[in-house]
Design a protein around this ligand. Structure first.
Ligand SMILES: [Fe+2]
Length: 326
């Protein structure tokens, strides 16, 4: 847990560690970790119009960013910034989003939407009304009830402060889903999560989800994932159930079960995810072998591609999995 905080917020973490050394009790750790989030994002507290905790951190060579916790859903969303230019990714909580942007006070701000599920687009109209920003959304966004200004397609490029952000169509969780790739990060929406991936139960398509995973498997491993949710405890419980002999995975699961929302989402790199997330390991024969012993009935013999057969069985197994109580 502290490793993740330290990686992203060195200055604040140093302050935190100093306080831990002086004050020792665990409650002090909790209070300072809570301080890492915007004041308005802390559950159970009245919004603070001063929003004085905006602490953008670098991600990659040029962009700085801030994770923001929605207070109206379980989502996390992101404020990206470079050179006076800002992008809100999936700002479902308009209040938190608007206060963050006003604190930053960029010359320009836009909204970038990964897909049309309500917990990703519900804040758009209120943010647009308050900030007058454009909405960049998948090209099918004309079907959505909220405003959009620019339809994005696979291979399109947008800019943030003059630096490129590449758009990739990554359907499967929904048919409209896009991800945004820049130097240092991937805004992955509900495609990738810590230890798992998006489901296909709300307008999704499993073969497309596999195709998206395979096409994106060539992306560089240093890219940090900015996901729309933090479901690490549930996902890692599934992973640990599949590979109970993996001690590193068990330790990661323990950390996930001790995680508090106030800490913000874990933001692993693609390489880190590829080491333990079985959905990225569809070509690993050890995953297929384990599925044969645990979920043989889910391996669809009509799928001739063994990698797709493995991935599809994993997704079905995850849907059936009910994590045991910790
Ligand atoms: Fe979604």
């Amino acid at each position: 847990m502290l490793d993740d905080v330290r990686r992203l917020r060195p200055a604040r973490t140093m302050h935190l560690l100093c306080q831990v050394a002086v004050d020792a009790p665990a409650v002090v750790v909790a209070l300072h970790l809570e301080a890492l989030l915007p004041r308005d994002a802390r559950p159970g507290r009245a919004p603070d119009p001063r929003f004085d905790d905006l602490l953008l951190q670098p991600v990659g060579a040029f962009v700085e960013f801030q994770p923001l916790a929605s207070t109206v859903t379980d989502n996390f969303f992101y404020l990206l910034h470079h050179g006076g230019d800002a992008i809100l990714v999936d700002p479902v909580d308009a209040g938190v989003a608007i206060r963050a942007v006003r604190q930053l006070n960029p010359a320009r701000v836009r909204i970038l939407v990964t897909h049309g599920h309500p917990d990703h687009i519900a804040g758009n109209d209120e943010v647009v009304a308050a900030l007058g920003c454009e909405v960049l959304a998948p090209a099918v966004a004309e079907r959505w009830p909220t405003r959009h200004d620019l339809g994005l397609r696979d291979g399109d490029r947008i800019e943030l402060g003059g630096e490129p952000i590449e758009i990739r169509h990554a359907p499967g969780h929904t048919d409209d889903h896009i991800i945004a790739i820049a130097d240092g990060f991937v805004a992955s929406g509900d495609l990738w999560f810590v230890g798992g991936c998006g489901h296909t139960r709300a307008g999704g398509h499993l073969p497309s989800l596999f195709d998206s995973f395979r096409r994106m498997s060539a992306l560089p491993g240093h890219l940090r994932i900015l996901p729309g949710h933090h479901y690490a405890a549930q996902n890692l419980a599934f992973c640990a159930d599949l590979f109970p002999e993996d001690e590193a995975l068990a330790a990661r699961l323990t950390a996930a079960r001790n995680w508090r929302r106030e800490e913000g989402p874990w933001l692993p790199t693609l390489d880190e995810e590829r080491a333990y997330n079985p959905f990225h390991r569809f070509a690993d024969p050890r995953v297929e072998a384990r599925l044969k012993t645990r979920y043989a009935d889910l391996l669809d013999p009509t799928l001739r591609d063994p990698e797709e057969r493995t991935f599809s069985a994993l997704r079905r197994a995850r849907d059936l999995f009910v994590a045991a109580a910790p």
